[in-house]
Ligand binder design. Structure first.
Ligand SMILES: [Zn+2]
Length: 290
């Protein structure tokens, strides 16, 4: 017996390699395919399936013992001070992508409908987004019906020009999907540039907190730096983080240093609010979070 479950009352045999599985009939009804099969012929005979042992083992584990979602990371305070993206799941607790790909394939082929299983698999997929955003995004689009994963994974996609043609072709299913990402990234670049160039992003906005000793020089150094940065902004640029690297220029003066810190924090606040994800049309009854 290749795999035997505690509450087994039924045997399945792989027609590919002959491996045998002791399974529970009621648990298999979590799949519409088996549900239909059992409702037509409720026999005790061994059921033969044209799947190799590895696929059947994965499928029956999914139906008998659905995987827990990956571990959630506790919200990180660092998000308050930088524009870097939040990471929600501990990726080391996620099902590896190649296995996940097989599980999604089986879920689709055998029409699994248990929302606990589907939600958990979505969370596992999303856990890989910070490391492998294009693959996760593409899988979510191809599998369909998971707008949250499509949307949330889009924030981790690097500026598109950094990928090779092969990576784009393997990761993004259609030109429309490509365009949606391109639009988001162009929007981010434009908006981040506007924030950086705006008058409220001056070192001494409305002359507030102006240093009597260095007002002109300090403000000019800040303005030069933001002009240079504005020309280099990409969709994933940490604008406040980049400006923060100028701290050494202002640290010798208490007043300038205070204005500098306030200006960087204001930039971080404004930039953090710029939309990071593509908008997906969702059904009205679907949840925003899962
Ligand atoms: Zn000063």
């Amino acid at each position: 017996m290749s795999l035997s479950f505690d509450d087994a009352d039924f045997t399945v045999r792989s027609a590919v390699d002959g491996s045998l599985f002791s399974v529970n009939r009621a648990k298999l009804r979590g799949s519409h395919v088996f549900w239909d099969m059992f409702s037509v012929c409720d026999t005790d005979e061994v059921l033969e399936l044209h799947e190799p042992e590895s696929s059947l083992a994965a499928l029956f584990r999914l139906l008998h013992t659905p995987p827990d979602p990956p571990l959630l990371l506790s919200p990180c305070d660092s998000e308050k001070v930088t524009t870097t993206l939040p990471v929600r799941y501990d990726a080391t607790t996620a099902i590896p992508l190649p296995i996940l790909r097989l599980l999604w394939y089986l879920t689709d082929k055998y029409a699994l409908s248990d929302t606990r299983v589907l939600d958990s698999l979505q969370a596992h997929l999303l856990a890989h987004a910070p490391v492998d955003p294009l693959t996760v995004h593409g899988m979510a689009l191809t599998l369909g019906d998971m707008p949250n994963v499509v949307s949330e994974s889009s924030q981790y996609i690097l500026p598109l020009a950094r990928y090779t043609l092969e990576e784009i072709q393997a990761g993004i299913p259609s030109v429309a999907d490509y365009h949606r990402i391109h639009e988001l990234q162009a929007f981010r670049v434009k908006t981040l540039q506007e924030i950086l160039g705006h008058k409220y992003s001056a070192l001494f906005p409305h002359n507030f907190g102006t240093c009597p000793t260095h007002s002109t020089g300090a403000a000019a150094a800040w303005d030069r730096a933001r002009n240079v940065l504005a020309g280099k902004i990409e969709s994933d640029t940490d604008v406040a983080g980049e400006m923060h690297t100028l701290a050494y220029i202002f640290q010798s003066c208490g007043t300038c240093s205070k204005a500098f810190t306030a200006a960087v924090e204001m930039l971080a606040y404004k930039c953090r609010r710029v939309r990071r994800t593509i908008m997906m049309e969702t059904n009205e009854d679907s949840d925003d979070e899962f």
